[in-house]
Design a protein around this ligand. Sequence first.
Ligand SMILES: [Fe+2]
Length: 367
Amino acid sequence: MELEAGSCWLPAAGLGLLAAGFFLLPAGLELALGLLLLTLCLQRLLAAPLLILRAPHQVGYIPEPGISKRRAANEVRRRRKKGELPPVYPNGWYRVLDSQQLQPGQVKNITIFVPEFAKIKTWPTCELNCAVFVWFHCDDIDPSWSIPEQEEIQSGEWVYRGRTEHFVNCHIQEIPENAADIAHLSHLHAPSMLSGSDLRSTRASHWGFAQHDWKVEWNTESEPNKHCSRMLVNHAFYIFGRRFPLLDVHVVCRQVGPGIVYMLFNHSFLGRGIILHCVAPVEPLLQRVTHSIYYQANIPAIIPKFVLKAECIQFERDVMIWNNKKYISKPLLVKEDSAIARHRRWYTQFYSQNSPRFTAQLDSLDW
Ligand SMILES: [Fe+2]
């Protein structure tokens, strides 16, 4: 299901005028009013935030003919070889929802860390960057680090332009590890975003004349920010082998703990903004992943909405892999994959002796 929020509407008064026009107004005035309302409607539609919500079975599964996506997804999950998994719930801060999704005094049920914590407990929480976060530690230890404020979001200089939400059927560590898997970029993410997210057709499509190029570097940060790492991305776009420097984009992706990434965009004329990429385990092998975009208020909304849509397409290519792969605890890595080994070492800091491990009982029922 794809919802594009802020659907087009016509004010009741406007409808009245338009209706009256059929009977009373001269044809020219009637046309002008119609055009005015159409323009207002279009303006509102373009400015409304983009909202893309995907159901758990919707992305990254390939059903056999005659089988529904839901059934195909459940069969893949049942047959899945789990591998030797790390603990399933790392210690850290996790986003539960955006502030705007919770009105003052409102109560909402949130599913997270099922079913390990079906008991009454107090969760350390905080609200910043227009979102609400909870702290999870398997030994109930208080937060050892805090979530950095993004000043431009807090001050309102950057405004909300949309959100995507996906459910990914994999271990949580697989998702950030993507940043250190440099080699996969040219396979999965080089085909133009126009060729979509179905990996069976991205390379075969007639959009082959357009290609993305990614140059990436991944490194950890040192004390007192050893819970952070950075991926520096330089993106270039080629059409018929010719580079278009105006489409070069520089992105700094700062991972803060196991579940939050700040993706900072800086473009020469498309302006600055951020995608907050957040991962939270719903179940041991089911992750809720959200991307919320905030962008310079003076840049037309269509630009950040396009950026978010492009990110969504590229992300869904990864989902197709994550949903179907097996976690290999000791993979054969070549020299070019050295960042994966470094990433795994870095990520171990989020596990401790009592971190819950996967058991069949913790797995869920069918979707
Ligand atoms: Fe990827």
